[in-house]
Design a binder for this molecule. Structure first.
Ligand code: SAM
Length: 214
């Protein structure tokens, strides 16, 4: 057999050639992408690719740390990209009112509503099928973000433009690269950072007065 001809033989049938193998690889790639798009990222067609964040649920310690940095604070509490609703349900359980999750994936919204119902909070917490980039955040005082580092810079601009001065943002897994946290809790993957908008704005103003980029 010549070198480079048949590379994979099936018993009782003609061997697969390079072209067939290539077609098989392309078809598998398309199938894998379609499965990913249908199951994990449905509802994201209108969100630019660079702003899409896949689902990765927080662990119990991450949830506990995030809510500990918000403890005792009044006002609307939101999870931007609420996944299966675990943070919102736990926030409600700990007394945060109202507690709202924004999520685009319909499967995760179903899971969230099931989680709320199981906890006895059906109709008490809200899970809204809304694009977090399009939601107006001007009435949010406690904002939880467990999102990828790549979206932190555009998210920082949105939060700076919309949140009230009294708002606190808690980021999980990755800090905001250009903001200074007012407090932090946990280590490694469980670390969370809290940012008070008044302080963030003050720092942004003083560094722009000094001429350095924020
Ligand atoms: C890393 S997961 C975090 C889930 C949840 N907050 C947690 O910590 O368990 C990010 C979530 O954001 C959702 N998401 C991503 N982009 C979104 C958007 N533009 N609008 C609403 N939800 C979005 C994803 O579907 C995913 O469930």
């Amino acid at each position: 057999e010549e070198l480079g001809e048949a590379v994979w033989e099936r018993p009782g049938s003609a061997p697969l050639g390079g072209r067939e193998l290539l077609e098989l690889a392309v078809a598998s790639g398309v199938a894998a992408w379609a499965t990913w798009a249908a199951l994990l990222m449905p509802g994201f067609r209108r969100v630019p690719l660079r702003l899409q964040v896949p689902y990765q649920p927080s662990g119990p310690q991450q949830v506990a740390n995030a809510l500990a940095l918000l403890r005792g604070r009044p006002g609307k509490t939101v999870d931007l990209g609420s996944g299966d609703g675990r943070l919102v349900v736990e926030a409600y359980k700990q007394g945060f009112r109202p507690a709202v999750g924004y999520e685009l994936n319909p499967w995760l919204l179903c899971l969230s509503n099931y989680r709320a119902w199981k906890a006895g909070y059906h109709g008490k917490v809200s899970f809204l099928k809304k694009d977090l980039w399009k939601v107006n955040l001007s009435d949010c005082y406690n904002v939880i973000v467990f999102l990828a580092p790549s979206v932190k810079p555009p998210l920082a601009s949105k939060l700076l433009a919309e949140l009230p001065d009294e708002a606190r943002v808690v980021a999980g897994r990755f800090p905001f690269p250009s903001w200074t946290p007012s407090s932090t809790l946990g280590q490694g993957l469980e670390q969370v950072w809290a940012y008070d908008m008044k302080e963030v704005r003050r720092a942004a103003q003083s560094s722009s007065a000094e001429g350095s980029p924020v």
